[in-house]
Design a protein around this ligand. Structure first.
Ligand SMILES: [Zn+2]
Length: 258
């Protein structure tokens, strides 16, 4: 891989912190303990322009949602000198509302999504059951159909490179077709695991949050992602507030991870 096909990785905290029982983030542990988490999108800056990993939530979908200190993911890009219209690629790890309700903010972008995730939420009757609908929003379907009608939906069937330095890696378990982004960086291969682990601790202790649809698949996916990342510190979770607190801050809510 050419040395120039490397990315810097930024975490954009679009909401949070918010507090819950630790048992939400570490399944069935620490019911009485209170812990914090936050909501993020990630921006990869490389030679081919910015790539967003996940899209967050657009302002029009925030009503009734517990999103303290919400800022639009589009406006957070301003801290990196970017406007939403410059984003040509959204790597959508999965279709849960907190990751996929921001697609409409980036109308110039091609949405890269795993076929299995697409087919489950848009085609499997089980997705209509209340336990799945609790983490879904019909606005996601509408946004994806809009991207499809513009010719900007890229459904991924196999692990492989999307562009130099950025590889899609299927990692089911949290949701049926969630995929991680393996990203070439100056520190080695980083893996944006999104909600494969909500926090660094989920990966370290190989213990999921309460949000999984297939526990056996989770375990196999962790093995796969851990083997890929050049070091454990380069395997990034979906909702760990440490991504805001323990990395250099570029602007309020925006930190550089790599
Ligand atoms: Zn999430």
């Amino acid at each position: 891989m050419p040395a120039d096909a490397q990315f810097e990785i930024y975490a954009l905290r679009y909401a949070g912190p918010l507090t819950s029982s630790r048992a939400l983030l570490m399944w069935n542990q620490g019911w009485e303990e209170r812990v914090q988490r936050a909501y993020f999108v990630w921006c990869l800056l490389g030679p081919g322009g910015p790539v967003l990993v996940d899209s967050g939530v657009a302002p029009r979908y925030t009503a009734g949602r517990d999103l303290p200190n919400y800022q639009s993911p589009a406006s957070l890009l301003g801290a990196l000198g970017l406007q939403a219209g410059e984003v040509r690629h959204v790597f959508l790890t999965h279709m849960h509302w907190d990751h996929a309700l921001g697609i409409s903010l980036f109308p110039q972008a091609t949405v890269h999504l795993h076929q299995a995730e697409h087919d489950f939420w848009l085609g499997d009757p089980l997705a209509g059951r209340s336990i799945f609908q609790a983490v879904y929003d019909p606005g996601v379907s509408q946004s994806l159909e809009a991207a499809r009608s513009r010719g900007r939906l890229n459904l991924i069937r196999e692990d492989g490179e999307i562009m130099p330095g950025l590889t899609a890696v299927a990692a089911p378990g949290h949701s049926p077709g969630i995929m991680a982004a393996a990203v070439a960086t100056a520190k080695g291969l980083a893996v944006m695991g999104s909600d494969c682990g909500h926090t660094f601790r989920n990966y370290a202790e190989e213990w999921p949050s309460i949000f999984f649809c297939d526990l056996r698949a989770c375990l196999r996916s962790w093995d796969k992602l851990k083997a890929l990342a050049s070091s454990p510190e380069l395997l990034f979770p979906g909702h760990d507030l440490a991504m805001s607190l323990e990395f250099p801050e570029i602007a309020p809510g925006v930190t550089r991870l790599v």
